[in-house]
Write a protein that binds this ligand. Structure first.
Ligand code: DX5
Ligand code: ZN
Length: 237
């Protein structure tokens, strides 16, 4: 049975495994799970849509085998349609694709639903907002990149904040708004205030001093809570 985004708390904290130690992935997952992670974010890169190469369905299957958390797969690949089934069968719960490379996002979202997963759509900071908006009725989540996709450890781009506010206004109460890139205790509050409610963090968690992931996640959560309180219930400022 697939896990649902609807069961996630607000805010939800999603460690990005890209920043974890791949040589001890199971231990890293167990540690963030114990530390209070709400879901796991898995970055899939193909060397075409982005210059970097990361992981594929085989690793998602290994991740699925060692966790009960929702597995959130972020496809940074040129041809997402070719790999949806492989990722769904490997155990992904949510699959997010980039609007930049999908002319008919509704068809892709429908296919993701047929495979039993929830669907997310995302854009880079300069991505096609019109296409994203047209896809909103067909997805459970929008992911706004707060960096240019491709690498961990980049700096949060505050110029995306107005887009977060705008997109929050397009979403219904059960749809989620995720942000990804440069999320830290210093930046998460602004993103939460603008209306984001699912927060991906790689470096801020796996790079924490003494591998104190519980502290890192608690710090992120309290800063997100503080930002969300300033925003009111629907993210209006
Ligand atoms: C980058 C990925 C991110 C990345 C975030 O393209 O989508 O999920 O792991 O890393 P940090 O949190 O270090 O910016
Ligand atoms: Zn990501």
């Amino acid at each position: 049975m697939k896990r649902s985004l609807r069961d996630l708390p607000r805010p939800a904290i999603a460690p990005s495994l890209l920043a974890s130690d791949f040589a001890r992935l199971a231990e890293e997952i167990a540690r963030v799970e114990r530390a209070g992670a709400d879901l796991l974010h898995v970055d899939v890169m193909d060397g075409h849509f982005v210059p970097n190469l990361t992981i594929g369905p085989a690793v998602v299957e290994s991740i699925r085998a060692v966790t009960d958390l929702l597995v959130d797969v972020h496809l940074m690949i040129t041809e997402p349609a070719r790999y949806l089934q492989a990722f769904a069968e490997a155990g992904a719960d949510n699959i997010t694709f980039h609007a930049e490379v999908v002319a008919e996002p509704q068809a892709l979202a429908d296919r993701i639903h047929e495979l039993g997963c929830s669907a997310g759509i995302t854009i880079n900071p300069d991505g096609p907002q019109d296409r994203l908006r047209r896809a909103v009725p067909h997805v459970e989540m929008v992911l706004l990149m707060t960096i240019y996709a491709g690498f961990g450890g980049q700096e949060f781009m505050p110029e995306v904040l107005p887009t977060i506010r705008k997109v929050r206004g397009w979403l219904g109460p059960n749809q989620r708004l995720e942000v990804d890139g440069g999320i830290s205790p210093q930046t998460i509050g602004e993103a939460a205030k603008a209306g984001a409610d699912v927060f991906v963090a790689g470096t801020a968690i796996f790079g924490a001093p003494d591998r104190d992931y519980a502290r890192a996640i608690a710090d992120l959560r309290s800063a997100a809570d503080a930002g969300a309180r300033l925003a009111g219930p629907r993210g209006e400022v």
